[in-house]
Design a protein. Structure first.
Length: 301
């Protein structure tokens, strides 16, 4: 890795650490959103550095859709045990059983929209006033509109046209009762930055990020993994391909990419020449041109 990249990563790291420390200075009950994916792994490492030698002063929160990759959940639990963090898990399944959310109909039901209800209920249950997440502006056009400190009203809603200015790293965390903030310390990072940081820090990652043989079905150009939550349509069939995942989410909507990358340097080389955006493999983002923004406006992370 070149000296330029080391300096570049150091600057991004310092910025993210500064944002995390600002969160603990301005908010009373922050929480770090954690899925076991690469971005949340980078967030955990940054939190460790921000508050070393003490433990970072907030718990981890995972909104479990029930459609997660088993390998990711196993990795999540092993990491939490290793670092001694407090993990809070709230399940979409419980929201559905309680009548708070509804299961989608059709052969490929996604719980991405339903998890917004579970998330907002969890934030209210624990009275969290700031939720830190690993979203980045380069991921998707709706993400690019976010500030570091992203205000949510008393209904958990986001107004992309009415955001607070952030000049000279001055962050305004003032809020009224019932409101909260989403905070994105990785806002200025790219997918490449995250992978280079993971390599530099020698972080373990879930095995599904590396190339492996998996049964998938090609649905509208998205390679969806075989799972109990997916129903084949007429004419579809599973086939075994050598794939890996660029992003971690629901098995019902997270597509794989054909790949032979079995090491971190090979993943970095692959990302460097990729012509499709990281979330270009997410079937839920293809439902409309504004799919992500529509979900975010009503409380999605």
């Amino acid at each position: 890795m070149s000296s330029y990249n080391i300096t570049h990563l150091a600057q991004l790291e310092h910025e993210a650490v500064f944002v995390m420390r600002e969160v603990t200075a301005q908010f009373e009950r922050p929480v770090l959103m954690f899925s076991g994916g690469k971005d949340s792994l980078a967030m955990v490492r940054l939190a460790q550095k921000a508050f070393w030698p003490g433990r970072f002063p907030f718990p981890l929160l995972h909104i479990d859709t029930g459609h997660n990759f088993p390998a990711t959940l196993e990795f999540r639990d092993a990491l939490v045990r290793r670092i001694g963090a407090r993990l809070i898990v709230r399940r979409v399944e419980d929201s559905i059983k309680a009548g708070r959310a509804a299961e989608e109909k059709g052969p490929n039901p996604s719980r991405n929209a339903a998890q917004t209800v579970t998330l907002l209920d969890a934030l209210a249950e624990f009275k969290f006033d700031a939720a830190l997440g690993g979203a980045r502006r380069d991921e998707e056009k709706a993400r690019a509109k976010e500030r570091f400190f992203s205000h949510r009203d008393e209904f958990g809603q986001w107004d992309p046209k009415n955001q607070r200015p952030e000049l000279w790293n001055l962050f305004n965390g003032r809020r009224h009762h019932g409101e909260h903030f989403r905070v994105f310390p990785l806002s200025n990072w790219t997918e490449m930055d995250v992978w280079q940081y993971i390599t530099r820090e020698n972080l373990d990652i879930p095995p599904i990020y590396f190339s492996h043989d998996r049964e998938v079905v090609n649905r509208d150009g998205v390679l969806l993994s075989k799972s109990p939550y997916l129903t084949l349509l007429d004419g579809e069939r599973y086939e075994t391909r050598r794939v890996r995942f660029r992003t971690v989410g629901d098995m019902t909507c997270t597509g794989a990419v054909e790949s032979t990358a079995g090491t971190l340097p090979e993943i970095i080389q692959e990302v460097a020449v990729a012509r499709v955006a990281e979330r270009g493999t997410r079937a839920d983002d293809r439902r409309s041109d504004t799919a992500m923004e529509d979900r975010k406006k009503v409380g999605y992370f």
